[in-house]
Ligand binder design. Structure first.
Ligand code: 0GY
Length: 306
């Protein structure tokens, strides 16, 4: 493996899949990959000095090639911890993508209104609060709340990433956020417990009690105990899609940072979609209507073949 990037990847980092399969499942026209990242290139957009990992560079042009290969039309770029609060790589990618991408930023509580407006003009529509200890040092919830109150005025939403064991501790904070709250990766359930376990029931109750909560039915590759094709994760995603069809999003999670067990094949991930969203109507909501509503409100929504 040749490593020529400016900041070499962490020892256990994996590069992206070199040749993801062409999916057998054809996504509907206008489909949005609503959770992916761009990394570097680090000679141009260095990783954060306080990052917990260094990924392989995964620049905009590689993402666009994957988008086209999988049949998607649009991307939502989610700022990852390795770039910290410097959103330049993401903003550069938004510019290159034209209207085909939107972003979710990580911002400092001291960010100025001018900087927030510049992010909005670049296509950012949300902020991300990351609670995973292996990824970030903690930020006080009071600081996060101040950010949420400011971005609420801009019509943005909040994306949160936390571990399932933290749900009781974090729920009151989530319920105080005055925006739509999008929960990453199904709240990271322990899938070995099973879909009927109180842990996942607790998550469903949280979703049911808060109509402003949305969830990404993403990341089977991280949550699976069995590995590809991730059948042990399917019942979790399918339950959420069927129960909350208007509040679910789907994303590849490309380029899959911190995966140590295997290199995910994004074509295979796309082929899981009909298993978690078994009807054309559910697929259209998951891949087109819901992300368009959140990230391209007021834009024409391509009709599905229902
Ligand atoms: C993801 C998941 C991970 C990483 C990050 O911000 C990040 O670094 O989100 C992870 O390691 O679980 O969504 O990319």
């Amino acid at each position: 493996m040749s490593i020529s990037q400016a900041q070499p990847p962490s020892e256990n980092a994996r590069d992206v899949h070199p040749s993801p399969k062409s999916p057998d499942f054809k996504v509907p026209a206008g489909a949005v990959d609503a959770h992916c990242h761009v990394f570097g290139p680090s000679h141009k957009f260095p990783y954060s000095p306080i990052r917990k990992y260094t990924p392989f560079d995964a620049p905009a042009e590689k993402l666009f090639a994957l988008r086209d290969h999988l049949g998607f039309e649009k991307n939502v770029l989610v700022q990852a911890s390795c770039h910290g609060k410097n959103n330049e790589a993401m903003v550069d990618c938004l510019k290159l993508a034209g209207d085909k991408a939107r972003g979710v930023a990580i911002v400092d509580p001291a960010i100025s209104d001018v900087e927030l407006i510049a992010l909005d003009q670049a296509g950012v529509r949300g902020v991300r609060f990351n609670f995973l200890k292996r990824l970030v040092d903690p930020t006080p919830k009071s600081e996060y709340l101040k950010i949420a109150e400011r971005v609420a005025k801009m019509g943005w939403h909040t994306v949160v990433y936390f571990e399932a064991e933290e749900i009781d501790e974090i729920a009151p904070f989530l319920e105080s956020i005055p925006t739509i709250v999008v929960i990453d990766h199904m709240g990271r359930p322990d899938v070995s417990l099973g879909v009927d376990h109180p842990q996942f029931e607790r998550f469903i109750k949280l979703m049911a009690a808060n109509p402003n909560f949305w969830v990404k039915v993403s990341c089977p590759e991280r949550l699976s105990v069995q590995g590809p094709p991730y059948e042990d994760v399917t019942p979790f995603a399918r339950t959420l899609v069927e129960r909350f069809p208007d509040r679910v999003l789907w994303g590849t999670d490309w380029p899959h940072p911190n995966m140590t067990t295997h290199t995910p094949d994004d074509g295979l991930l796309v082929d899981r979609i009909p298993h978690i969203a078994p009807t054309k109507a559910l697929q259209h909501k998951l891949l087109v209507e819901n992300p368009m509503h959140l990230y391209w409100p007021g834009h024409a929504i391509p009709e599905g073949d229902l």
